[in-house]
Design a protein around this ligand. Sequence first.
Ligand code: R1P
Ligand code: URA
Length: 292
Amino acid sequence: MNRIAESELIINSRGAVYHLDVRPEELATTIITVGDPDRVAAVSKHFDRVEGKYQHREFVTHTGFIGNKRISVVSTGIGTDNIDIVLNELDALVNIDFETRMIKPELTHLSIIRVGTSGSLQEDIPVDSFVASTHGLGIDNLLNFYRQDNNDEEQFILKEFANHTQLSSGSFAAPYIASAGASVLKHFVEGFHHGITVTCPGFYGPQGRVLRLPLTHPDLIDKLTGFRYGNHRITNFEMETSGIYGIGKLLGHHCLSLNAIVANRVRKEFSKDGAAAVEQLIQKALSTIASI
Ligand code: R1P
Ligand code: URA
């Protein structure tokens, strides 16, 4: 095994990984990710004890305890470009020895649970309801930079998605897919819709929103809503899940994305109190996470 060079894994003068500014001993093995840096405190206010707070740029981390369960909550900012940074640095913190810069012989498998907001693509999944993503299907290109490893079902879903939406033709990057960590997903059944979450490289055009610019795919919402593969359908879209599932799974972590639905794009509705829905999802997620 090779020593990882200073240019590849950047460790600052505090001995912390560059973007997150967190040291290995400052991170728990159960991690909640949120997009909004202000949502970190909205999660850690429920901790019995906060052990440490760290921040660099949009990456805020609070580590603490609920009972005996040690949890870190980390903000990612928006988008899978940020997820590339956060997932690789979280993994480095547990699986690379910062002294020797070598991969550790025994790997740690993190539990990584996203608590975020999302837009529903189905009429029967209303605003203020919750979705646990069975799969992250990315149209954002991130995983095309890594060697992927899909099972048969994932490949079939992907093929049908490409046929149905034509989103892999012309100038579009190939869509990719990864499944939720089954060992985590099984704890989030009651009170959650389950389905495929599509991860987009933007909030407006890439999610079919028209303000002043005409779109190349004006039928995107209809195509996503109408997609079926066996019992699978696309429940919602947002901007991080496929990156978390894709990179997380390749690195051996157990990942789950929990979504508070703030918009319903079929009914054209937006939540009257998205903050309350997010707070409810945080509480629901924490009570389950503390017990597993
Ligand atoms: C867009 O408003 C943001 O909201 C969703 C999207 O994925 C994107 O990050 O998630 P968060 O609420 O976690 O930020
Ligand atoms: N986040 C998204 O990315 N899209 C939505 O419609 C709502 C939240």
